[in-house]
Write a protein that binds this ligand. Structure first.
Ligand code: TPP
Ligand code: MG
Length: 559
């Protein structure tokens, strides 16, 4: 074994760079192993040992990327990603795209070869600068440090530049020369408090008036609910909006708009977040006579169906006008009541019978209840059970599947933090995202959140797509998490498309449904996860009871 080098400009610069990120309040780091990035990785391990960062290690960069995304979403501050060169960087691309489209701050630090080794067929060397294209809001290609005394200061300045105004993905490609690392002392720093740089705000003032609705898509948050109340407007809040609660909520918004023709009477739409779950909302915005105002989200594209949006703003404020609010009462009341009536009709439980004095009625009720408990689980009952089991200190992560759409139709109002990767609605990275959310949720010891659990509701194909993310780094803290997999043997979401009725059935199944018969119990066992299989409604609620640990709950569903 050769003796260790006494010093390495790579390690000095990497340590200074990470140190400045830590000082500025970035404390979550996810890394994947590799040679070219070793200076960064070894520095990160030292910062972890010193209690200055929370480090997670994942072999698969694709998992690492989505884990970082989940951490950043929940913690509300950027996560650092460290990778080596070559295909390793490209594995981050799915998470980078999702982060770009949903406006989640991620910082990618990729190790690369220096100039003299690029473009000559060196091992594991490709064109890394610009590899993420438009998805990165800024990129740097930093030449290899050579040991100049100014380099550590330059590294600190670089970290500050990278953090300034960050809203999405920033890619810092770092060239390193041999020696790729050497023992390095940590700088004398403290873990900082993250402060996002304030954005220049364009606030639009709105007057309450009937004919207005507020739409809340993914990421809308509580501001949408507050605006709906201030405007006296019905709140059409998708299930991952974080705004599906409050007195103005119209949970059955699609049915109210279409069946009740309420949509025809809308004159003004105020959109928060990124709506993706219905066809009705973009159709409404594109209708003649509708004026739409979009409150910008951090994602890279402003929501603008048919290019029909009249105004964009960073935020809205509502003029206090009690007469106008009074005039809106009837308007919002009709929406809310119609929605409640629709949801009650969908609810198959027969309330009240248990309280009656008539023994025959009571016996009949008990029998119905028993039958309900033995009944097989439907998508609706599964999605609702997960929703009902969750509370404000819990977190819910929804995969792209029929289940999120089903839940969007029926979930009653409840103030639960929900996340879904709806930037690009991929079926990739769902487990890693959920683990990231769970880790960040449960990081503050003694907090209410730390006593909560994260539930991830996803389909079987999304589960298999990200199975590798079931693995944790050795010795890492593991969160309380339940993966609830609705297993209908393939991608049944496509059954709802027109092609399902026109294509040859066997051909359709082969290339659209893509059936699978993986043994989830063995999969869970291989990764050290607890496994529960739930087949009846009666078993469902107990299975969803929070418990520490990592649980895979498989729920077989008919196609
Ligand atoms: C990465 C990626 N590949 C493909 C798709 C297209 N896609 C959307 S839903 C879906 C099937 C999902 O199946 P499953 O997870 O089992 O959910 P289900 O609809 O059956 O409930 C696919 C392949 C996608 N959204 N993302
Ligand atoms: Mg499926």
């Amino acid at each position: 074994m050769s003796s260790a080098p006494l010093s390495s400009p790579a390690s000095a610069a990497a340590t200074a760079l990470l140190g400045e990120f830590v000082r500025a309040g970035v404390t979550d780091v996810v890394l994947s192993p590799g040679s070219r990035s070793q200076a960064l990785a070894l520095a990160a391990a030292q910062f972890e040992r010193a209690g200055l960062i929370d480090l997670r290690v994942r072999v698969d960069e694709r998992s690492a990327g989505f884990l970082a995304l989940g951490l950043a979403v929940e913690a509300g501050r950027p996560t650092l990603l460290i990778t080596t060169s070559g295909t390793a960087v490209a594995e981050l691309h799915p998470a980078v795209l999702e982060a770009a489209h949903s406006g989640v701050p991620l910082i990618v630090l990729s190790g690369d070869r220096p100039d003299e080794l690029r473009g000559i067929g060196s091992n594991q060397t490709t064109v890394q600068p610009g590899i993420f294209g438009d998805a990165a809001e800024s990129s740097w290609d930093v030449p290899a440090p050579v040991g100049d005394p100014s380099e550590e200061q330059a590294a600190r300045e670089l970290a500050d530049e990278v953090l300034t105004g960050i809203r999405g993905v920033r890619h810092v490609n770092l060239a390193f020369r041999e020696p790729l690392s050497a023992p390095q002392l940590l700088p004398d720093i403290e873990r900082g408090e993250w402060r996002a740089s304030p954005a220049a705000l364009e606030v639009l003032e709105l007057q309450p008036r009937p004919g207005t609705v507020v739409v809340a898509g993914t990421g809308a948050g509580e501001a949408a609910e507050a605006a709906a109340r201030a405007l006296g407007a019905p709140l059409l809040a998708e299930v991952a909006s974080g705004a599906r609660f409050g007195p103005n909520l119209v949970a059955a918004y699609r049915e109210v708009m279409t069946a009740g023709n309420f949509g025809d009477r809308v004159e003004r739409v105020v959109v928060f977040g990124h709506p993706t779950l219905s066809r009705e909302i973009p159709a409404l915005i594109q209708r003649d006579g509708v004026e739409t105002i979009v409150v910008r989200s951090p994602g890279r594209d402003d929501y603008n169906p048919g290019h029909r949006v009249a105004r964009f703003a960073d935020a809205v404020s509502v003029v206090e006008d009690s007469a106008a609010l009074e005039a809106s009462r009837g308007w919002v009341g009709r929406w809310v009541q119609t929605s409640r009536a629709i949801l009650e009709e969908l609810d198959d439980a027969a309330p009240g019978a248990a309280l009656t004095d008539d023994y025959r009625e009571r016996a009949a009720f008990a029998l119905t209840q028993l039958e309900a408990l033995r009944a097989p689980i439907t998508r609706r009952s599964l999605a609702l059970a997960v929703w009902n089991a969750s509370w404000p200190h819990d977190r819910l992560v929804l995969g792209s599947s029929r289940l999120i759409r089903e839940l969007d139709r029926v979930a009653p109002g409840k103030k639960i933090p929900v996340h879904s990767n709806r930037g690009l609605a991929g079926i990739d990275g769902t487990i890693a995202t959920g683990i990231g959310v769970a880790l960040a949720q449960q990081s503050g010891e003694g907090s209410r959140e730390a006593s909560g659990i994260t539930r991830v509701l996803l389909g079987d194909l999304a589960m298999l797509h990200d199975a590798g993310s079931l693995a944790f780094g050795a010795g890492e803290r593991r969160p309380s998490i339940q993966l609830i997999v609705g297993n209908d043997g393939g991608g049944t979401i496509f059954d709802g498309l027109e092609v399902a009725g026109t294509a040859d059935a066997a051909v359709f199944d082969r290339v659209m449904l893509t059936p699978q018969r993986v043994d989830f119990e063995k999969l869970a066992a291989a990764y050290g996860w607890e496994y529960r299989r739930v087949e009846t409604r009666g078993e469902l609620d107990p299975a969803l009871t929070p418990s520490p640990g990592q649980v895979l709950i498989e729920v077989p569903l008919p196609r």
